[in-house]
Design a protein. Structure first.
Length: 148
């Protein structure tokens, strides 16, 4: 299980870099070419949401992204540090059955989470007073791509 961690300041220009890194690692991990656009768009949406939250609440704090190859899955976790007093501290898990029913209205601003749910194979959202963690994953080959 390989892990790459990336932190960046809350600037919109850094979202593009995060998307490029995620797409490159997804390709290297063995995510199908047909899913790479979905990875790029979902990571961009999660990072844009985090940048917006940080710019409003804690512009000096970095946004953290963790990318990992875990048992045949490519997993991306975007974590922000923006306080969310209005959010419940319980974990909100999303599945394909009815992904939007469990979400509090405060999470739906801009429909960002809904877009991510539509793009990623599996999505989990963990809101708290210290920020939000969005974990997304896609199927990947067990051994990734072979070195050229």
């Amino acid at each position: 299980m390989a892990t790459v961690e990336l932190t960046f300041s809350a600037l919109p220009a850094h979202v593009r870099t995060a998307r490029l890194v995620a797409t490159a690692i997804a390709r290297r991990t063995g995510v199908e070419e047909s899913l790479l656009d979905e990875v790029r768009l979902a990571v961009g949406e999660a990072c844009s949401r985090a940048v917006e939250a940080h710019r409003l609440h804690c512009p000096g704090e970095p946004i953290r992204i963790e990318l990992r190859d875990d048992l045949g899955r490519f997993e991306v976790t975007v974590t922000d540090s923006a306080p969310s007093d209005e959010l419940e501290q319980e974990q909100v898990s999303l599945g394909f059955e009815d992904p939007l029913v469990q979400l509090p209205d405060t999470l739906m601003s801009g429909f960002g989470i809904a877009v991510i749910v539509g793009l990623a194979d599996d999505v989990q959202v963990y809101p708290s007073q210290k920020g939000m963690c969005i974990r997304m994953s896609w199927p990947a080959t067990a051994n990734g791509l072979s070195a050229v």
